[in-house]
Design a protein around this ligand. Structure first.
Ligand code: FAD
Ligand code: FES
Ligand code: FES
Length: 1207
């Protein structure tokens, strides 16, 4: 209602930080105002009674004054699509309100709960580093009268006193559903902290952030030997969620929810903590131990009991306490396994008096290793005792093969590794051999400033001409202030309805029962579609809404429209679909091969003689995770069937066509409008058109505007992602490292419908050589039809998958020959003018230059020696380094997709409006196009505006994809501007001293048209698959990336210490935007190859439907040193102003981290006596890296059905 749309909604689960706002409260005791960053999506509005909320609009705006936090993120190029930016701004702003001179560690800690999918984080870190020069957060207890808020379905009660709280808990006992929420934030006793010599008593209502400050104070107040427990707990608390979660998550809530992965409960239990449970019947002190936790989310607390406080004891003399945690991401991720361990020795002895070991993440509740502990008590802490403990732990910590969460072998191995670390951590008080110390040393984490190098503009270029200069993204400031408008920010229209999609819950079934629903809302089914009920891709039909049969879980079956989002969601939940399961379900590529389930045609490409394949690698899929989910607003104009479609798409013309066909109306009645996208990465083309068509059917049927914004979980389920690929290969090579022949077979898991899968499979074949000249080469690829949600385009379009296969092959050759992978790469790289395997001629000079430059800039050979030394000196930490090249074809092999058009208007005041076919999704196309127009019209960029991409201004556009957006649209805008400039020529000649405004008004008076369309025909590219030859690309972008990692072999955790990237981008139109694309793509590649895992249940249900289950890189994953160099002295005659396309290529450079991990694993394997090639699948998660460090033993998980599919 207040139209503050700056705060964004990215996930609704506290996992992305896009919704971060600042909450402030006055504390009457300290007379301070305390500030917290919080996730607005999680915080109930009733809880804000008496608090002030500051959103991004409240701190500055482009209309008044910018706050430095907004200005610096924009000017540091830290905002691309901008959807994450308001959240980043508010996290940083709150940090500065509490701590005006933070350290870099404070900054990264404060931003750990904020995700960005575009920038690669480096520019944000660098922008906010400028605030660093080298609190307490307690809820207010002010208004102590009971507050009550009544909503449509729920009542919120905030009792004013402890007695009242107990009274309400008595009436509404926990564990039974009441339409009542009791919030205890006003009860002072729940926030009381008392310190005694024996320990600290903390109120259960205290937040993690407040508990952190209590523990920090206690560590100062108590003698150091008494603080082991405080330190251990503090270490865990710092890693609970992100800052926004820690600011609101309470100690009591964490304990009472009895979640098996809680980071607190294992250490509280090991550390002898107790709690006070209170009800109307009285209080009791209860130990927090194995008897307290009864099972998943169950404790011994009675339904009417609350946790009043928790007592944290100080450590006794000779008592040592430690906490451990391993998570899929270093920060803001739930632990895979965590542990609390405590040992108490007899005085002046190493004989154990008492020991306690608790694990989390290995069962339905925390687990006490009782039998292992019994092995130790009364015995000296020495090798023989400990070896008994390890064998007992192996027996005691059991995980069934189908254990929820999977990773069974890894989790079991972690339980041993964590105990091993405990043993080394000053427990024995004896010197640990130097080589073993690496087991307990933390991985480095200090982020250093990044370095970026690019060419200056040519001498003599006019100061006004912006081409080649690092101009800020043209709307970065509005993005940082929250003024930038995204689809869902459009104001509500009169009579607007909301649409929610209902999806199939079965992988392959007949729909047997008609859909039923209580009548308050309308339901849209396939029968309501007036026009075409399917879209056709590469010869296959894809139903918009399933009619008779569903072929995957998540297939769209119908849609519910209602007067609000909440009502539509409830309506959708009430829809009942009956199924009759069909038997022949296919999930994996192996099953598809067995049943010959493929989308045709299957392509092959070959040169020379090759034989069959032997080795293999699997590359997992990837979720786009654009921060802005799919969003639509369709408005029926009410006359002549006209429809206005506002949406977030990369391909407005395609959506226009789809909507028109679906409604059975001509395209001239449908207009699509795209202001900007909050990220896309290939995921907003095909599925977007289908979703827009369904929304349009609803708008057409009801005659009312309809909005549809997918929830994160729906988006992840419905829209598919990058294809998982199984690559099988055989390679022939000489002793000197020359590869003579290679044979590749790729199977891509396409999902249930074809989408763009056949095209992806083709592009895989066109890039299978990467940068290597292999004389005899064969590639075959297949898009496998399975009963999983259909996969689609994703930045790189199959290239990141196929290139990993060839690079793995290179690695194998190196390992087989006992040589370094970089040598084999160098030997086989294209070096002179050559023909690709599809007979396209090219000159690899700049590829070789990138390689040599990267070797030099990264100081590769010197560092390789340093790494060897490090690895000799450290047993449990290994370093690895890798350098990988890329040759990436730019343009569409389908020639017609390379065209573009533009429309440029000059108004009488001299201002210019540019429209073109490209969409702005963070990649900065509008900024670059503005630079082009500025150069061509010879006017400052301030006179040029780009409002939106609209099918009404520029028809029949091509998608913003294939890294070709600026190449094509830039040329079209250039054409239009040149036409206009030439029209003005006579006027300029006549009045050379006149101003732009004079000339324009004169032109108008002389009846010269001030509007022009521009057109670019594009390259005539083609690929003849019959002849296996063609020129499918306009040119190649070359790049080389080098990364070094440090790997903890005991846990598989790693850190990227340094990355250097050299890219041949011709002459960059805007170096800062291009570097942003390079860094962002690299980080997306790092996610693909090392951390992002999509998990499906054995019945094809996607488990990973949000940021809590699916981890994309965060601040903590940025290389500690991240340098990017644009190759000097390069030009490109095939694209505008000699530039090159860069959106996609460097995704693959993320694999330098994958191969660096593999290099580190190789070093660990060498210590274990293992040499030669070994298989490491992608992503190289901590689980895979850790298990690969040792010989692959028989899985302990047994033959039963695993928790997740291996797709
Ligand atoms: C995005 C995200 C990330 C997270 N990451 C982590 C993590 O890394 N590590 C980790 O350990 N946890 C993590 N959590 C869990 C988080 O710590 C807990 O959700 C939180 O501590 C619960 O506290 P609350 O005050 O919000 O409780 P609520 O959600 O309000 O309550 C949880 C349950 O506890 C009961 N309860 C609450 N207070 C009391 C009390 N005083 N007495 C009796 N019963 C009570 C409630 O009735 C309810 O059943 C994460 C949560 C989110 C959303
Ligand atoms: S929308 Fe709130 S954290 Fe993602
Ligand atoms: S700029 Fe961060 S998500 Fe796009």
């Amino acid at each position: 209602a207040v139209r503050l749309t700056g705060t964004k909604y990215g996930c609704g689960g506290g996992g992305c930080g896009a919704c971060t706002v600042m909450v402030s409260r006055y504390d009457p005791q300290t007379k301070n105002i305390n500030h917290w960053s919080v996730n607005a999506c999680l915080l109930p509005v009733c809880q804000l009674h008496g608090a002030a909320v500051t959103t991004v609009e409240g701190i500055g705006s482009t209309k008044t004054k910018l706050h430095p936090v907004q200005e610096r993120i924009a000017k540091a190029h830290g905002s691309q699509c901008g959807f994450c930016t308001p959240g980043m701004v508010m996290s940083m702003y709150t940090l500065l309100r509490n701590n005006p001179q933070p350290t870099m560690e404070d900054v990264t800690e404060g931003l750990a709960g904020n995700l960005c999918r575009c920038t690669g984080y480096r520019p944000i870190v660098d922008g906010y580093r400028t605030f660093c020069e080298v609190n307490s957060s307690r809820p207010e207890v002010k208004d102590q009268t009971t507050q009550r808020f009544c909503g449509e379905r729920m009542t919120w009660i905030s009792p004013g006193s402890l007695n009242e709280l107990l009274h309400h808990c008595d009436i509404y006992p926990i564990g039974i559903f009441h339409p009542v929420i009791i919030s205890p934030t006003q009860v002072p006793e729940l926030f009381k902290v008392t310190q005694k010599p024996e320990g600290v008593c903390v109120g259960a209502g205290c937040s993690m952030s407040f508990l952190k400050s209590v523990l920090e104070r206690s560590i100062n107040d108590f003698p150091p030997e008494s603080t082991h427990m405080f330190r251990a707990l503090l270490q865990q608390i710092k890693l609970v969620g992100g800052q926004q979660i820690r600011n609101v998550a309470t100690l009591g809530g964490n304990i009472a929810s009895a979640y098996p992965n809680s980071d607190l409960t294992p250490i509280l239990a090991a550390g002898r903590c107790t709690l006070v449970a209170l009800s109307k019947d009285g209080r009791r002190r209860v130990p927090i131990d194995k008897d307290f936790f009864l099972g998943f989310a169950k404790t011994v607390l009675k339904p009417d009991e609350i946790v009043l406080s928790v007592f944290i004891p100080a450590s006794r003399p000779n008592e040592i306490v430690h906490a451990f945690r391993h998570a899929p991401r270093k920060e803001s991720a739930l632990a895979t396994v965590n542990a609390g361990m405590r040992v108490w020795f007899n005085e002046n002895s190493n004989v154990v008096k008492e020991i306690s070991i608790y694990y989390g993440g290995v069962g339905a509740t925390i687990l006490s290793a009782d039998r292992a502990c019994q092995q130790i008590v009364g015995r000296p802490w020495e090798e023989a005792t400990l070896s008994d403990v390890y064998s007992t732990l192996v027996d005691e910590i059991k995980l069934g093969p189908s254990a929820p969460g999977g990773k069974v072998d890894f989790r079991r191995s972690l339980t041993l590794s964590l105990f091993f670390k405990f043993n080394l951590l000053d427990v024995t008080q004896v010197d640990i051999p130097q080589k073993m110390q690496s087991a307990i040393q933390p991985l480095p984490k200090h982020i250093q400033p990044g370095y970026q190098e690019f060419q200056n503009v040519l001498e003599g270029q006019s100061a006004q001409d912006p081409v080649g200069r690092p101009m800020m993204h043209r709307t970065a400031l509005s993005q940082a202030t929250g003024e930038a408008v995204y689809c869902d920010d459009l104001p509500q229209t009169d009579g607007e309805l909301f649409l929610v999609i209902v999806t199939s819950s079965r992988p392959h079934a007949k729909i047997t029962e008609a859909l039923k629903l209580p009548g308050v809302v309308d339901v849209i089914t396939a029968k309501d579609i007036p026009g075409k009920r399917f879209r056709t891709f590469t010869g296959y039909d894809e139903e918009l809404l399933a009619e008779d049969e569903v072929t995957c879980v998540g297939q769209m079956v119908c849609a519910v429209v209602a007067d609000s989002k909440a009502h539509a969601k409830r309506g959708a939940a009430a829809v009942k679909i009956s199924y009759e399961d069909l038997q022949d379900r296919i999930f994996t590529v192996e099953e598809a091969i067995e049943k010959e389930s493929f989308f045709l045609p299957r392509r092959q490409i070959e040169r020379g003689d090759v034989e069959k394949g032997l080795r293999e690698i699997r590359i997992g899929g990837q979720e786009h995770f654009y921060l802005e989910t799919q969003s639509f607003l369709v408005i029926p104009i009410g006359e002549e069937k006209e429809m206005k479609v506002y949406l977030s798409t990369q391909h407005p013309a395609f959506t226009q066509e789809a909507v028109a066909e679906t409604l059975g109306i001509p395209s001239n009645r449908v207009s699509c409008h795209v202001k900007r996208l909050g990220g896309a990465f290939g995921g907003k083309v095909t599925k977007t058109a289908i979703l827009a068509s369904i929304t349009a059917v609803a708008a057409s049927k009801t005659g009312r505007p309809v909005r549809c914004v997918l929830e994160r979980g729906e988006d992840m389920l419905i829209t598919g992602g990058r294809h998982p690929v199984w690559g099988i290969y055989k390679v022939g090579f000489m002793k000197d490292g020359r590869i003579t022949a290679a044979d590749f077979q790729y199977y891509a898991n396409a999902g249930n419908v074809v989408d763009e899968s056949v095209l992806v499979a083709e592009k895989i074949l066109l890039h299978l050589d990467n940068a290597y000249n292999i004389p005899n080469l064969r590639g075959r690829s297949a898009a496998c039809k399975t009963n999983l949600p259909s996969n689609t385009a994703f930045r790189g379009f199959g290239v990141p998958q196929c290139m990993l296969v060839v690079e793995s092959m290179i690695d194998d050759v190196a390992l087989k020959l006992g040589r370094l992978p970089e040598e084999i790469r160098e030997i086989n790289m294209y070096k002179e003018v050559s023909l690709t395997h599809y007979k396209m001629e090219f000159d690899p000079e700049n590829l070789v230059r990138c390689w040599n430059e990267c070797m030099k800039k990264a100081d590769f050979r010197q560092r390789r020696q340093g790494i060897d030394l490090f690895n000799q000196q450290n047993q449990f930490k290994k370093r690895g380094i890798a350098i990988v090249p890329i040759k990436y074809g730019i343009g569409f092999a389908e020639a017609f997709l390379n065209q573009a058009a533009a429309l440029v208007h000059i108004y009488k005041d001299g201002s210019v409006l540019v429209s073109h076919g490209g969409t702005e999704m963070g990649q900065g196309i509008h900024t670059k196009v503005q630079q082009v127009a500025s150069r061509e019209l010879n006017i400052p960029t301030s006179l040029i505006h780009i409002s939106e991409t609209s099918t009404q201004c520029v028809p029949n556009t091509c998608p913003s994809a294939a890294s070709f957006g600026t190449d094509a649209n830039g040329m079209a805008v250039k054409d239009a501007c040149q036409i206009l400039y030439n029209r003005l020529e006579p006027i300029r000649k006549k009045n050379p001293k006149g101003t732009w405004q004079n000339w324009i008004i004169t032109a108008f008076l002389q009846k010269i048209s001030l509007s022009a369309t521009g057109y670019y025909r594009g390259h005539d590219l083609d690929m003849d698959w019959e002849k296996q030859e063609g020129k499918p690309y306009a040119y190649f972008t070359y790049a080389v990336g080098c990364s070094e990692v440090e790997l903890d072999c005991l846990t598989g955790e790693y850190r990227t210490l340094r990355t250097d990237i050299v890219v041949d981008i011709g002459r960059s139109i805007n170096p800062s935007i291009d570097i942003g694309q390079i860094e962002g793509a690299f980080m997306q590649g790092l996610g693909l190859y090392t951390m992002e895992e999509l998990k499906f249940s054995p019945s094809g249900v996607l488990y990973t439907r949000g940021p809590s289950q699916y981890k994309i890189p965060s601040f903590c994953d940025v290389p500690l040193k991240f340098n990017v160099y644009l190759l000097a002295g390069s030009s490109n005659p095939h694209a505008i102003y000699s530039s090159k396309g860069i959106g996609e290529p460097t995704v693959f450079l993320g694999s330098s981290v994958f191969f660096a991990i593999k290099d580190a694993v190789t070093a660990a394997r060498k210590d274990a006596g293992l040499t030669g090639p070994f298989q490491l699948n992608s992503p190289a998660t901590p689980e895979r890296a850790c298990l690969a460090c040792v010989a692959q033993s028989e899985s302990t998980s047994g033959p039963a059905q695993p928790w997740a599919l291996n797709i």
